[in-house]
Write a protein that binds this ligand. Structure first.
Ligand SMILES: [Zn+2]
Ligand SMILES: [Zn+2]
Length: 337
């Protein structure tokens, strides 16, 4: 009987409801492509990796969408910010599958900075014009049942903490870095909440802006699943921010030679709340011991022989979640706080 119902649903072009919210970190070699599939089968992709390489990154995204999710379109594409490792792959992706809506923080602030930035911007408009939606912190994505809140955009943040935790003691020793007026600091960030579970993704938000979200008031509270900001580069991820969110599990979308900095590794693994760090790639330049357990790493070698294995989180309605490594089938389960 079940099989018959399933066949009917598939014949009608409808995917059957499932009970987990799934998050895929698709390997785009040090860029970003985070795919979210809600329990109602809504599909949201933040970022599409790099341009070029015979559309390597768009093809990897479509492969996960078709083969793992069973979908041939995206409901929402979110641009975290206008850099090549995030929107470079978008024109290639838009040529392969339909995308309903495009969400961004507004126009690129790097227009006129150089030819590359201008080309990137024009190629974005060519696919997104007429379907754009500019969001502000506090806005929610209009999903059926999933609480998906934008918490950062264009260097502004939600005004009040989602959960009030009082002053953050780690702010005493916080130190600033050089100001960032470019696109990283404009990154769109969002939080998904399911029961006690929270997922936070801040794109490539840079150091001083992350500090603003953590000091003097911790805006985000405790985060169970944290996408390590900016691929684990050291121009993001100040200690006061990590102390504020106290991640339980962190997923780092680094490439073999991009992100995955030793400073970021040391800070995260010294954080008492952290149970596991998962990596999309082993950082090949990092000293031995500055990479997570190989079993929790999706890809071990250099880009030119990379198979593009992904990591997947599946979050149940009670907030419990597990993470799966597609390379070796290793999976671990966690209870939210
Ligand atoms: Zn980036
Ligand atoms: Zn960037």
């Amino acid at each position: 009987m079940m099989r018959f119902v399933l066949a009917l649903l598939l014949a009608a072009g409808m995917a059957p409801a499932k009970d987990t919210l799934d998050i895929y970190w698709i390997d785009v070699e040090g860029g970003a492509a985070t795919l979210i599939v809600t329990p109602d089968n809504e599909t949201i992709l933040m970022d599409a990796g790099w341009p070029g390489f015979d559309d390597r990154d768009p093809k990897r995204i479509v492969s996960v969408l078709e083969n793992e999710v069973g979908k041939k379109k995206l409901d929402y594409f979110i641009v975290s910010h206008f850099h090549r490792d995030h929107v470079g792959g978008l024109p290639g992706l838009a040529a392969l599958i339909p995308i309903e809506k495009f969400i961004d923080h507004g126009d690129s602030v790097e227009i006129g900075w150089n030819e590359r930035a201008d080309t990137l911007w024009k190629s974005y408009l060519a696919v997104a014009e007429g379907k754009r939606m500019q969001i502000s912190p506090g806005d929610r994505l209009p999903l059926k049942n999933t609480e998906f809140t934008f918490v950062a955009a264009r260097s502004r943040f939600i005004e009040r903490p989602l959960v009030d935790r009082g002053p953050n003691p780690a702010c005493r020793d916080a130190s600033a870095k050089a100001a960032d007026r470019g696109e990283n600091g404009k990154s769109v960030g969002f939080m998904i909440r399911i029961g006690k579970f929270e997922f936070l993704d801040l794109g490539d938000l840079s150091w001083n802006f992350e500090l603003e979200t953590a000091c003097p008031v911790n805006l985000f509270g405790e985060i169970d699943l944290y996408q390590v900001t900016h691929h684990g580069m050291h121009m993001s991820g100040p200690p006061a921010h990590i102390a504020a969110i106290q991640p339980l599990v962190a997923v780092m979308n680094n490439g073999p030679r991009k992100g995955g900095r030793p400073e970021t590794y040391e800070l995260l693994t010294a954080t008492p709340s952290l149970e596991d760090l998962w990596q999309v790639h082993r950082a090949v330049e990092s000293d031995a011991g500055r990479n997570t357990d190989e079993r929790l790493t999706a890809n071990l070698g250099e880009t030119d022989q990379c198979k593009g294995h992904w990591l997947k989180a599946a979050v149940r309605p009670d907030g419990g979640f597990s993470i799966l490594n597609s390379r070796n089938g290793v999976s671990r389960s966690y209870n939210p706080r």
